[in-house]
Design a protein around this ligand. Structure first.
Ligand SMILES: CC(=O)SCCNC(=O)CCNC(=O)[C@H](O)C(C)(C)COP(=O)(O)OP(=O)(O)OC[C@H]1O[C@@H](n2cnc3c(N)ncnc32)[C@H](O)[C@@H]1OP(=O)(O)O
Ligand SMILES: O=C([O-])CC(=O)C(=O)O
Length: 379
């Protein structure tokens, strides 16, 4: 057994997976062999979920059936909505509110909270219910804290459209719906990122899917992972409010040893292909609105980071200005990431449990040895 410490598990292979693959040197991402650009352009989030969970793209009939099953599971129990009300009243952070309520969902799941023991179909059914309900929880939370009543999910709208409808109280126009659906597709899976890995660690003990997804939501919330998308927008707003040159702001942050949110990646050595697509969206939204300042500021920062640090943007960099221009509240950006990535979490959990082995690495012990115990009243 090697005693070399791989900090952050960098480069360590812990599983085989057929879900997604990243070629970090050329900036290529595929889900089950399909290029992310093709999926972003042509596939709906529901199709991508089906692809990730069932291994192949659905036929039209399979997609209809899958959609119908998801739609029928959108509503949440009143007790969950009561929790959402309590958390909104307590001014809870939306990502923390999502973590708490997803955990609570198990109490009302028809298959209960028990251990899933690697039952592939049961895992996918539970995962599908969680995925169907997350938009309902998030939209309700956002409305209640704004003093509005939650809106019941609609059955005739897609996953993306229905979320936007429940959030804003009106059906989204085509640009809003299509851009949002595309963002869901782009965020659905990404190899063994930290949140997916935490879901797998939890599931590898044969804990249930709700526990795995709850672990993953907590893991995604941090600023080094999904939480970066909110930090990007706060940075852009701060620069704008202070009427500062974005390059000065970044230069100053780097001088102080701070990290610039939305840049750098453990696997990509070049620009994240999702950032390429989202950057184009951000620009298009700005052009349509007649104001491309958020995009322009972002490009200035990107160029500076490239020239001075050789570090490229990740997915969180341009999702920020894209969501902002879609009118989404900043603190919902990371929960929206979770709303999409739950597809990857559930897919990886169900895949890993087909040939489960408890995930349990080791640390090299560097503490004291042979200490003599002294009773508390003699210390
Ligand atoms: C969806 C996602 O999770 S994408 C990632 C979202 N997170 C962010 O955007 C937060 C900012 N980025 C980062 O903190 C990092 O790039 C991470 C956490 C994403 C990856 O970290 P690691 O793979 O551990 O890279 P590591 O921390 O070793 O960085 C390598 C070098 O690049 C520098 N670096 C990496 N990212 C940044 C950044 N955003 N700003 C400034 N410098 C950076 C580090 O300081 C380090 O430099 P050094 O070797 O001179 O010390
Ligand atoms: O892969 C990673 O480490 C982080 C990331 O980009 C993602 O989870 O989408």
């Amino acid at each position: 057994m090697s005693d070399e410490v791989k900090k952050g598990l960098e480069g360590v292979l812990v599983a085989e997976s057929g879900l997604s693959h990243i070629d970090g040197d050329v900036g290529r991402l595929i889900y089950r062999g399909y290029a992310i650009d093709d999926l972003a352009r042509d596939a709906s989030y529901e199709e991508v979920l089906y692809l990730l969970w069932h291994g192949e793209l659905p036929t039209a009939d399979e997609l209809d059936e899958f959609r119908a099953a998801m739609v029928s599971e959108r509503s949440v129990d009143d007790a969950v909505l009561d929790t959402v009300r309590d958390l909104a009243a307590a001014d809870e952070d939306p990502m923390a509110a999502l973590r708490t309520t997803v955990s609570q969902l198990s109490a009302y799941d028809p298959e209960g909270s028990g251990h899933d023991d690697g039952d592939h179909e049961a895992i996918l059914r539970k995962g599908r219910r969680i995925t169907a309900k997350i938009p309902t929880i998030l939209a309700a939370f956002s409305r209640i804290r704004d003093g509005d009543e939650p809106i019941e999910p609609r059955e005739d709208l897609t996953h993306a459209e229905n979320f936007l409808y429940m959030l804003n109280g009106e059906e989204p126009d085509d640009v809003l719906a299509e851009t949002f659906d595309m963002a869901l597709v782009l965020h659905a899976d990404h190899g063994l990122n930290a949140s997916t890995f935490s879901a797998m660690v939890t599931a590898s003990t044969l804990a249930d899917v709700h526990s795995a997804v709850t672990s993953a939501i907590g893991t995604l919330s941090g600023g080094l992972h999904g939480g970066a998308n909110q930090n990007v927008m706060r940075m852009l707003e701060e620069v704008d409010d202070a009427e500062r040159d974005p390059v000065d702001w970044v230069d100053h942050a780097l001088d102080e040893g701070r990290r610039v949110p939305g840049f750098g990646h453990r696997v990509y050595n070049v620009k994240d292909p999702r950032a390429v697509i989202l950057g184009e969206k951000s620009e298009a939204l700005g052009e349509a609105a007649g104001d491309i300042k958020w995009y322009e500021m972002s490009v200035q920062i990107e160029e500076y980071m490239d020239e001075n640090k050789g570090i490229a943007p990740n997915v969180d960099f341009y999702s920020a200005s894209t969501y902002y221009q879609l009118g989404i509240p900043i603190d919902l950006y990371t929960p929206i990431f979770a709303m999409s990535r739950v597809g990857g979490w559930v897919g990886h959990v169900s895949e890993y449990l087909e040939d489960n082995r408890l995930i349990r690495p080791r640390a090299r012990y560097v503490g004291d040895e042979d200490q003599e115990f002294v009773p508390v009243d003699e210390r």
